[in-house]
Write a protein that binds this ligand. Structure first.
Ligand SMILES: Nc1ncnc2c1ncn2[C@@H]1O[C@H](COP(=O)(O)OP(=O)(O)OP(=O)(O)O)[C@@H](O)[C@H]1O
Length: 288
């Protein structure tokens, strides 16, 4: 099992005597977790994400347990001497894929993000929106264990935005961690396992709306293989789980996370059988 990514008492300032942008930051990101980072402009969100992504080092404190990481920066350098597919294939190879696998993954991601028509276009001639699709594709190509997204949705069209949301859900369902910043508070609403705000150089935990015990819940009854244990991703998504008969579970999940639960059940090997799905306005365990 892969270790948690841990930031311990991390601080960052620019220049020897520059003001501290971040100080005393402790953060743990476990495998499979989705973490949102918020904060006003210029508070240090990008600084934090660069530390997590490993493209910058803390001025004090330390980071341990960083897995195979990919990063979509806030600003992507587009003027590179490659075509879109050439760049992605090159990046895939840098991430450890064979050239054939890298070329295949590049083609698949260009297709998924609606940029296949630009595969042969030089990077310098791409529009801002298509460049952003390449920035996203390069991070998703090699199925990273940690995906760090700094306003990665900005500049994408509606379909590509939805595709990136799907990709995030796929990564976490596969046990990857995702840390993201986005100016739209509705982005992946209800899905983050934790939300933090960067404020006055510190990282402050926030209550994630929709992830708490209150609000509408969905009750899912599902049957697994004989002696089946609930898949780990499903376990993480649910608010409560009761094994009613061996291998049959009644699961209560916040409505905002029901997609994640159903996907985890249906993509488990062997897959689970979903017997019923029922929406309830009350909270699990509360009187009907
Ligand atoms: N490379 C750098 N050199 C010097 N100062 C920097 C550097 N990068 C960031 N800063 C400063 O650190 C502070 C935090 O910047 P950062 O970009 O991390 O904030 P942010 O919350 O991501 O901002 P925004 O929401 O505007 O993207 C700012 O005062 C910024 O000017």
């Amino acid at each position: 099992m892969r270790p948690d990514l841990c930031l311990q008492n991390a601080g960052r300032r620019y220049g020897l005597r520059g003001p501290w942008v971040l100080r005393g930051v402790d953060l743990t990101v476990a495998p499979g977790r989705l973490v949102r980072v918020e904060g006003a402009n210029g508070t240090g969100k990008s600084t934090l994400l660069r530390l997590l992504a490993g493209i910058d080092a803390p001025s004090e404190g330390r980071i341990t347990g960083r897995p195979r990481t990919a990063y979509v920066p806030e600003r992507f350098p587009p003027a590179l001497p490659f075509t879109a597919v050439g760049y992605l294939t090159h990046l895939g190879a840098v991430h450890g894929l064979t050239r054939t696998a890298a070329a295949r993954a590049a083609g698949e991601w260009l297709e998924r993000l609606g940029a296949a028509a630009y595969a042969g276009t030089p990077m310098a001639r791409l529009s801002k929106g298509t460049s952003q699709k390449i920035a996203v594709a390069q991070a998703l190509l090699a199925e990273p264990e940690l995906l760090v997204l700094d306003e990665a949705w900005t500049g994408l069209d509606t379909d590509a935005r939805a595709e990136l949301e799907r990709a995030v859900a796929e990564r976490t369902a596969a046990g990857g961690s995702v840390v993201f910043v986005d100016h739209d508070p509705r982005r992946l609403a209800g899905l983050p396992d934790a939300t933090y705000a960067v404020r006055d150089g510190s990282l402050v935990p926030c209550a994630a709306p929709g992830s708490g015990p209150s609000g509408p819940h969905v009750t899912v009854v599902a049957q697994g293989p004989p002696d089946g244990r609930l898949p780990e991703d499903a376990h993480r998504a649910v608010a409560s789980a009761e094994e009613t008969t061996p291998g049959t579970y009644r699961l209560a999940v916040p409505a905002s996370r029901s997609d994640v639960l159903l996907r985890a059940l249906l993509t488990a090997r062997p897959p689970w059988h979903v017997v019923s799905v029922e929406q309830r306005a009350d909270t699990p365990g509360s009187p009907r």
